[in-house]
Write a protein that binds this ligand. Structure first.
Ligand code: GLA
Length: 331
């Protein structure tokens, strides 16, 4: 009796050991990829990385989430990934001009690369076509921003001649230029006076850099009482909105429309009182993260080449419909 018990315990013990060895083995056999983002603290990128991890759990591959806020950090991340046995990575680079240097390092390690959101450019500033990319259809989404602003100007009964537009620009980033160009074109189409559009060039793509860019423009153009604000993303529009608040403009005198539809916008829409942040064109960061991670995984494991360039679309989200749109986009 005693013997049987001991034996059973032993057998059980080794079965458990074997089982756990088995799962270690399975994990080691799993394809591993990296997911590197330029702004790991921004809700858009947090969600994108989480979605990549989730699809990895579903399909059976491992995702290492890393931050790459400058060139050095990106190269170190690639070295780390290689040391961990990763066979490729998805990246939203901190500077699109780092494309050739990043591809050099990846090629040394024979790693596959997919870009998300911000597409690499070569030394002549042209998109690096050889690297599969998935990102927003910048110009169209920009036009949606412009249309939304024009509709709201009309809804508030403002005379466009007396309205100033704050265009928070980032000329270093092609998708940013496309987005703000699209918004400008839609505003001009709607009859907005070109002379009332003022540039606030930002050095980055976050709220702080937009706030610093916006503040001096507001004080230089103190003769305008009504302002509209647009930029490459909602974080930057929020920087502009915060600047109008600090300058003393009331929320009803400001129409800011962003792009992304991430936690930054949800927080703003959840406030008891409306702010100058009127809306945002929401795009599914969940889809961006899932799709790029899955594409890279299938490239590695099935030799299936990802599409060269996928352009995603968006839908206007406001205080009225944000929860519904959020659910529709799986955010
Ligand atoms: C850029 C912006 C992000 C987000 C993505 C979406 O990277 O900086 O905020 O808008 O594009 O493609």
């Amino acid at each position: 009796m005693q013997l049987t018990k001991t034996f059973t315990r032993l057998a059980l013990g080794s079965a458990i050991m074997l089982a756990s060895l088995g799962s270690v083995q399975a994990q080691e056999d799993e394809v591993k990829i990296g997911f590197i983002v330029k702004k790991p603290e921004q809700a858009w990128f947090i969600n994108e990385q989480q979605a990549a991890t989730a699809v990895g759990e579903e399909l059976g591959f491992d995702v290492v989430r890393l931050s790459g806020e400058d060139g050095q950090e990106v190269l170190t991340a690639i070295d780390n990934l290689y040391a961990q046995g990763a066979e490729g990575f998805v990246i939203c680079p901190p500077d699109v001009r780092l494309g050739p240097a990043i591809m050099n390092r990846a090629n040394q390690y024979d790693m596959k690369v997919v870009t998300v959101d911000d597409q690499f450019v070569n030394s002549s500033g042209e998109p690096m076509e050889g690297v599969p990319h998935l990102g927003m259809s910048g110009y169209k989404i920009g036009q949606q921003v412009g249309d939304a602003i024009a509709a709201e100007i009309e809804a508030r009964g403002w005379n466009p001649e007396e309205v100033a537009a704050l265009r928070i620009t980032n000329n270093e980033l092609p998708t940013a230029v496309e987005r703000t160009d699209g918004a400008t074109a839609a505003l001009l189409d709607a009859g907005f006076p070109e002379g009332n559009i003022f540039d606030a060039p930002q050095q980055n793509s976050d709220t702080a850099s937009a706030f610093s860019a916006a503040s001096p423009v507001l004080s230089q153009r103190g003769d305008y009482e009504h302002w509209v604000i647009y930029a490459l993303n909602e974080e930057s529009v929020l920087g502009g909105v915060r600047a109008t608040e600090q300058y003393g403009l009331a929320p009803e005198d400001v129409i800011g429309v962003g792009i992304n539809g991430s936690g930054a916008a949800f927080a703003e829409f959840s406030r008891d009182n409306p702010t100058g942040f009127h809306g945002t064109v929401a795009v599914s960061s969940t889809m961006h993260g899932r799709q790029t991670a899955e594409d890279l995984y299938r490239w590695i494991s099935e030799d299936k080449q990802p599409p060269a360039n996928t352009e995603t679309s968006g839908v206007l989200m406001t205080r009225e419909n944000w929860q519904e749109v959020r659910e529709d986009l799986g955010l």
